[in-house]
Design a protein around this ligand. Sequence first.
Ligand code: DQA
Length: 148
Amino acid sequence: STIMVLNGPNLNLLGQREPETYGSETLADVEQACNEEAAKHGLSIDFRQSNHEGELIDAIHEAGQLIKEGKMLGVVFNPGAYTHTSVALHDAIVGAQVPVIEVHISNVHARESFRHHSYISPCAAGIVVGMGTFGYLLGLQGLIHKTA
Ligand code: DQA
């Protein structure tokens, strides 16, 4: 079975973007670490990134279909700034009945107040915040624990 690891806007810049906040690892490094973690559990990773809200919605719908077909466990999702703005992503997760672990590299609660509210948290199966890029691996472990 597969787990989708989905990344929202600006995460393609990981490693060069505000390294004091997000660290120096690139998204390719994160992808490799996720592949290694999944392999330990006999699972594979469908790793994606998009800067476009509609593409993220389409990916959630796709995940919902694959989950129904028994080919996917769920989604580890860092929605980036859409976390704080997107009712549409919230509705996609609820509508497609996708188990989502929400991941934020930084501790959003220790940052600007506009990062304190998440449209994703009320429909997330779990949340990992402020653990750096290691949070993706924690998210994978949590999703596997909840669904496998
Ligand atoms: C983020 C936190 C968001 O507030 C921000 O807009 C991001 C990254 C994180 O991983 O810490 O793009 O989701």
